[in-house]
Ligand binder design. Structure first.
Ligand SMILES: *Cc1c(COP(=O)(O)O)cnc(C)c1O
Length: 415
């Protein structure tokens, strides 16, 4: 018996430390489709509760859209369940090619390569494209999957202060001796919902001969006038060299990701990116449904327009109710509470009111910046948003935080 009691206790101790630090992630079960209204079993074993979901990345409300489900069925019926192969052996169907072409067209890029997830795209892209003679200069708050991908690459790694283009300029100047420079950022940062200043960043990349990679996972499908993403929002569709994004958020919510951009860079990923070479192909039903998603959002901006309206309406009503939000324009709305326990307690009380939201605190966000992150969806109706705001008003009243700003909340609850 190799897994002795002594060995086991090493790991039970570690789990206990996670609990002691208040960082333990509870099990929660959704017992319905993913939608504006869901059935939740929480805590484990409790009776199902119908709640309004305000914490999914289901931005366009497509996770359970009838046409998307139908397209998945069609993919299943015509191309089968799975590929039993990685892409380059016998795992590429005509529909994989079709989805790649449709994504290139939608994002305004030269070529696209599908990956099992955006985490995989980010894990593979840097090592495939860059080497020791290059440098990566990344925003300090980029997504964990980009950080992991950069660690797998032998290029020098440098960072600039979050969204600080003056600092980025200094770093670009400093690295002019490298073979190439690649600037890396999220398009929309998932915790604060803020938009990277791509117009300024593209100008800097042009001035200092650098490539720009944007992870647009929290933007593809709904940011920008026709939902192409952060590069459309800032009017720099031609200035971004690589986009990585996911099909697991706004674009249907199942799974899959891609690298899209300059054809030579995408080709190098096809030749060398390890998650592309060594992990299974995206399943046909997902590919087929993702093509349908691109169809739907290319034909009409109705869903991203509704999401924009919902976001504006929610922010306005929450402001009137006296809650302290981080300003912004994306469907990620951080309700700032600063104190971890307060964020947790309020999220629990919101759940009792039938609103599903989650408290975020260190280490997911910096210490002293605890919050409830609300995410709007095109699946929300006005009544859903009204109910959510009413619940925030009621729970906010209970904790005496309505109308209070940062300093006052911290004075009362600490950080
Ligand atoms: C969610 C997310 C990912 C991971 O996407 P998956 O397809 O779920 O692996 C990568 N980058 C960013 C910025 C994300 O928000």
């Amino acid at each position: 018996m190799a897994f002795t009691e002594k060995t086991r206790s090493i790991f039970t101790d570690e789990i206990q430390r996670i609990r002691d630090d208040g960082l333990y992630k509870e099990k929660r079960f959704i017992c319905s489709q993913q939608d504006a209204e869901i059935e939740v079993e929480y805590p484990e074993g409790a009776p199902h509760k119908r709640v309004l979901n305000f914490c999914a990345n289901n931005y366009l409300g497509l996770s359970s859209h009838p046409e998307v489900i139908k397209a998945a069925h069609e993919g299943l019926d015509t191309r089968g369940y799975g590929m039993s192969s990685v892409r380059f052996i016998c795992g590429t169907q005509d529909i994989h090619r079709e989805l790649q072409n449709r994504v290139s067209e939608f994002l305004g890029m030269e070529d696209t390569l599908l990956f099992p997830s955006c985490m995989d795209a980010n894990s593979g892209v840097f090592e495939a494209v860059l080497g020791q003679e290059d440098v990566i200069i990344a925003d300090r708050l980029i997504h964990a999957s980009l950080v992991d991908g950069i660690r797998l690459c032998s290029a020098e790694y440098d960072t600039f202060k979050h969204m600080n283009t003056d600092h980025l300029r200094k770093k670009l100047e400093h690295h002019q001796d490298k073979r190439t420079r690649m600037v890396v950022t999220d398009g929309v940062f998932s915790m604060d919902g803020d938009l990277a200043p791509l117009d300024e960043m593209v100008a800097l990349c042009n001035e200092y001969d650098a490539m720009l990679l944007v992870d647009d996972s929290h933007a593809s499908g709904f940011i920008g006038k026709t939902g192409r993403g952060t590069h459309e929002h800032f009017g720099v569709m031609d200035g971004v060299d690589l986009i990585t994004t996911t099909f697991g958020k706004g674009l249907g919510g199942a799974s899959g990701g891609c690298v899209s951009g300059r054809s030579e860079l995408v080709e190098l990923c096809r030749q060398k990116a390890r998650p592309y070479l060594f992990s299974n192909s995206l399943a046909p039903p997902i590919v087929s449904a993702s093509i349908k998603v691109i169809d739907l959002i290319s034909k009409s901006t109705e869903r991203r327009d509704k999401l924009e309206w919902n976001t504006g309406y929610f922010r306005k009503r929450m402001g009137e109710a006296g809650l302290d939000m981080r300003p912004g324009e994306t469907p990620i709305v951080p309700v700032m509470l600063y104190n971890a326990r307060l964020a947790n307690d309020m999220a629990r009380d919101m759940y009792a009111e039938g609103i599903y939201v989650i408290g975020f605190f260190f280490p997911v966000v910096p210490a002293g910046k605890a919050r409830i992150r609300v995410q709007l969806s095109a699946a929300h109706e006005k009544e859903h948003i009204d109910k959510c705001v009413d619940a925030f008003r009621k729970v906010g009243e209970k904790y005496g935080i309505l109308g209070l700003g940062k300093d006052e909340i911290i004075a009362r609850y600490g950080t």
